[in-house]
Design a protein around this ligand. Structure first.
Ligand code: SF4
Ligand code: SF4
Length: 137
């Protein structure tokens, strides 16, 4: 009887350790994803890809209402990762040749500008925030 009780105690001990381990692992991963803004920028890239290829009317409309100018700061080339086409001098290596559509029309709406701002950048373009969100949603 004592042996069975000892076995059960050991089993509960192991189950508890495993649960704690999984909990810590889950917590660490979710925290890392949240802190790194990985999902946020990934969603931004996927959204822009979708818009430039399948929502061309919307993109055209947004370009018409967009105000301001590009400051050539390169902040939009550093979202999620630093683009390999960005030279050390901060210039686009494929500018004028085969620059992706999403780059040519950036920022498409206020969400893109917000993405730059969150990274500490300052985009030279601006939108009427309400109109932009209305059309984008
Ligand atoms: S392709 Fe050029 S414009 Fe587009 S992210 Fe890369 S460096 Fe920037
Ligand atoms: S973040 Fe805005 S201002 Fe800076 S390079 Fe990109 S489009 Fe131009």
């Amino acid at each position: 009887m004592r042996l069975v009780s000892l076995e059960m105690h050991r089993w509960f001990d192991q189950a508890y350790s495993l649960t704690t381990l999984f909990y810590r692992l889950f917590f660490t991963i979710t925290q890392a994803v949240k802190d790194s803004r990985f999902l946020f920028h990934t969603a931004g890239k996927v959204r822009r890809f979708w818009l430039v290829h399948f929502q061309k009317e919307y993109v055209r409309g947004q370009i018409l209402v967009r105000e301001g100018n590009c400051r050539q700061c390169g902040a939009c080339c550093n979202l999620l990762f630093t683009c390999p086409m960005l030279t050390k001098r901060g210039r686009c290596y494929v500018y004028g040749y085969c620059r992706p559509r999403a780059c040519k029309v950036f920022p498409i709406d206020q969400r893109d500008i917000d993405e730059v701002t969150i990274c500490g950048g300052h985009c030279g373009y601006r939108f009427d925030r309400e109109d932009s969100y209305k059309q984008g949603s």
